[in-house]
Design a protein around this ligand. Sequence first.
Ligand code: FES
Ligand SMILES: [Fe+2]
Length: 296
Amino acid sequence: MVRLAGEVVVLEDRCPHRLAPLSAGAVVGATLECAYHGWRFEGSGRCVEVPSAGRERAAPPKARCGAPHGVVERHGLVFVALEPPLVELPGVEAFDDPAKVRVELDPFSGRYGAAQLVDNQLDAAHFAYLHRETFGSAQGRAVPDGEIVRSPWGFAMTMEMPIRARNDPLAVSGDHPLEQHRTMRYRYVAPFFVELELGYPVMGGSSVIVFFVQPETAERSTMYVTLLFEQPQGFTDAELAERVAFEYRVVREDLALQERFGDLAMPLDVTVECHVRSDRASLELRRCLAQLVLAP
Ligand code: FES
Ligand SMILES: [Fe+2]
C-alpha cells in the first residue's frame, strides 16, 4: 500500500518482472518504482516504464501488477476489497457527532484469531471473570437476555448489565455507587466490525467503542479500536487520559487470554462448541460468518 499523487493505492506485492516484492520499492513522482530493476508502475498497476528496454519502448502488456477490486479510505482506515464485496462498509454515526471526543487506540497486532477477537467483544459473560480487576461485577455473572435484531449481514443486540465501577475513572471522580447498571447496545456487521454503545444511567454520559479487526494471516490479526466519549460536563485532559488508560487495561485483559488460544480458527459448525442461552450473540456471529462463507 502506498500513496501515489495523494491517492491510496494497493498493489500486489509482486513485481511482474521477476516477482520481487514491490514493497521494497520507492515512490517516484506518481509511480511506484521496483527496487530490483526500476520498472515503474502507476496506481492502476500498469507498468509505465521499463528502464532496461530504453525509454522509447512501451512496456509489454503483461507488465502489470495485480490490484484489488476496490480501495476506500474511511473512518481513518483503509479498506481493501480483493474481490467485489458482498457486504457494504458499515457507517458509524458516532464519528460525525461533534459532541463526542474521539480517541484512537494504538492498533493491537498479534497472534489472534480475527473472528475470536470479534466474538470476545460481543460476549458479555466474560466480564465478571476476565475483567474482575477493571469493571467486571460479580452481580453480572448471570447474563441478562439481550434482544437480537438481525440485519442482512449482521445484528444488533441491547442489554443492561451490572458493572463494578470501582476502577472506572468516571465513577471514581464523582460521588457514585460502585455497583451500577449500564446499557449496552451492540451492532455487528460481518465479517469483523463491532460497535458498542455504553450508556451510564447513574453517572450520565455515554461512550461508543468501535472495533475493526483485520485478519492478516491464519494466525495473525490487528484490531483497530476507536473510543468516542461523551460527558455532559466534559472532560479535563487528565480525566480523558485516565479514561483512555482504563480502556487500554480492559483491552489488554482480553488480549492476554486471546493470545493463549491454541486453535485460532473459529468453528462455524455450531455443534462443535458448547453454547448456552447467554451465548446468543456468539451464536449469531457464527451464523453470520457461515452465511458469508457459503455465499455464492
Ligand atoms: S523485479 Fe521488479 S523490475 Fe525487475
Ligand atoms: Fe472483554
